[in-house]
Design a protein around this ligand. Sequence first.
Ligand SMILES: CC(C)c1ccc(C(=O)O)c(O)c1O
Ligand SMILES: [Fe+2]
Length: 303
Amino acid sequence: MSLEKIRFRRLGYLALNVTDLDRSTKFYEDIVGLTPAGSALGYNFFRCSDKHHDIALTQAKVPGVKRIGWEMEGSEALAALRDRFNEYGLKPVPVSNSEADALGINEAFRISDPVFGATMEFFSSMDCSDEAFTPTHTKIARLGHIVLGGPDLAAAEEFFGNQMNFRVSDRIDGAVVHMRCFPNPLHHSFGVGRAAAPQLHHVNFMVTDIDDIGRANVRMKREGVPIVYGPGKHPQSESMFFYFLDPDGITLEYSFGMEEFPETDAREPRLFPLSVESSDHWGGLPEPEFAKVGAIERLELTS
Ligand SMILES: CC(C)c1ccc(C(=O)O)c(O)c1O
Ligand SMILES: [Fe+2]
């Protein structure tokens, strides 16, 4: 199966494990600025779009990422990816109709990715919410990206590039790879940061206004939320960034601005040297707590 039919619409949603669901539910609504979107199957759903949900929180012993949901361009793209995984020796496991209904998704399967052991879910489309979306105190444009940490960046590039048709947008030498889920134009919806063992690195929300970053800086200080990096400016996507911790210590990022790529004749990936300025153009340094907390839940997927 050739790669050309494997086409993504977007990073669909993230299911996150939290150790105190009530506490995190309040935090993601009041501090992050997401809109509650109901509950089902032990998940509390949140939106920052007109879709069924963008984030699903669920109670767990260990905080981290439970599942990464990807929306394909449609049924044909989903089938092409399923065939590709079968050829590769992975065994895609269908999501039952009842579970898909509860998640507001259509036609879906899951795999455990061979690099991080993360559960990746792929679906042909996601329902829109019955209620119109109105932004809150922070004008979040979208769930932006997820970065996973792991020791083998080359293996990640091989799997996500050659099996899933992701494209590398930029690299920081030996430390970070940013990938876009082709043909989605955003500089990256997925990234890999070098870490000793597989882990969640951070979750990003893109905001629509520089004021969202400035206000977040004031709000986090007022509310005693740890700020772990920024405000700063990333040279890769050219975004202004601001990282803070959720109640479990998971690193969340707001960013404003992002390079977009055309589907054809896109520029080649750049290689940035490993230096302070390659992560923050303004020379800032992350706190020690940056991108430290977050397990990748490993599931035995059986059909
Ligand atoms: C420091 C991290 C991994 C990083 C670097 C660059 C960007 C960007 O260009 O947008 C990020 O979003 C990051 O999280
Ligand atoms: Fe990021």
